[in-house]
Design a binder for this molecule. Structure first.
Ligand SMILES: [Zn+2]
Length: 319
């Protein structure tokens, strides 16, 4: 039975990612979520630094696109416009015209608005990974590329795992007296990480470790509003962790008011995100992997695989 389910899932994933059916499914999801939340799933406000503004744009059921504005030159970049119309509304309110779209990965909820963005803003450049066949891309990127869009500098970090060509984008904060900002797509979430659709757990592990090495004050802007569910799972794994419990209570309070939970910081994530704490004693104990005298790299892969497996089957009861 499990084998039939797995084959069915692979077939549906193939249709979603490799055929136009995926795009039509995506359009239907936009219509459904717009009917449910005409003003979006969250009430988002800009985060302001000196000369820099970051605006989350709620879209679909729980996605975020982001608009980044350098306020002196008005240079504007959009991350993951799954729904181009929602992004356009916010751009109009801010009275800016975007120069570029940065796409984290090919899934339609992140890239499905690329074509419309190109039609709305003909001079715009659409960036995406060279391995992920992101729709409507005009310029491809690879690991380590530095992208300068006016005074905005982004470093490209290759983070395969969720998809084979997933990219995350690190915006340099120092020109604005701000910490760096990581736009993590479906790779890293508040207290979670993306499902591993197209790679092995060891590839995902390498990608998680690439982010683990970034400075602790890096702000994390994920592609979905999953904080309440993710923190509930983290509390289940580590019930004595007061920081996790407090963050969970805070996230529930935010969501009751339809307020977003982004950004978090890498410092916080290292305290409560189990996918960044793979060899912590508490996490290993909870996964019944404590006492395994194995090679540390093997243990990390085992821990990640088991965490993902448990998260797939965890029954959320508070949402
Ligand atoms: Zn995705």
């Amino acid at each position: 039975m499990a084998k039939v389910d797995s084959c069915l899932f692979k077939f549906r994933y193939f249709l979603y990612t490799k055929t136009r059916m995926g795009y039509f499914y995506h359009r239907r999801e936009i219509t459904k979520s717009t009917l449910e939340h005409p003003d979006g799933h969250s009430k988002c406000h800009p985060t302001d630094f000196v000369g820099l503004k970051i605006i989350p744009v709620p879209m679909l059921k729980d996605n975020y696109a982001y608009i980044i504005i350098e306020t002196r030159s008005r240079k504007t970049v959009v991350i993951d416009p799954g729904d181009a119309h929602a992004v356009q509304e916010t751009l109009k309110k801010a009275n800016v015209t975007p120069s570029a779209v940065l796409t984290t990965h090919k899934h339609w909820d992140h890239s499905g608005g690329n074509g419309q963005m190109k039609r709305m803003y003909p001079d715009i450049k659409i960036y995406g990974g060279n391995l992920d066949r992101v729709p409507d891309v005009t310029n491809t990127l690879k690991d380590g590329d530095c992208l300068e869009i006016g005074p905005l500098c982004f470093k490209v970090i290759f983070t395969p795992g969720h998809t084979v060509g997933h990219l995350t984008y690190l915006l340099e904060g120092s020109p604005f007296g701000a910490p760096d900002s990581l736009f993590s797509g479906d790779h890293l979430f508040l207290s979670g990480c993306g499902r591993i659709f197209e790679c092995s757990p060891s590839v995902m592990l390498n990608s998680l470790e690439a982010l683990h090495r970034l400075p602790d004050d890096t702000l994390v802007w994920p592609g979905h509003e999953y904080a309440v569910q993710n923190l509930e799972f983290s509390v289940y794994l580590d019930p004595e962790n007061e920081i996790t419990r407090q963050k969970h209570l805070w996230a529930m309070k935010q969501r009751r008011k339809m307020l977003p939970t982004c950004p978090s910081s890498l410092r916080e994530e290292k305290l409560y995100n189990p996918f960044l704490r793979l060899t912590d004693e508490v996490i290993l104990k909870s996964l019944e992997l404590d006492g395994c005298e194995e090679d540390i790299e093997l243990l990390k892969v085992k821990s990640l695989t088991e965490l993902r497996e448990r998260k797939e089957h965890y029954k959320y009861d508070k949402i």
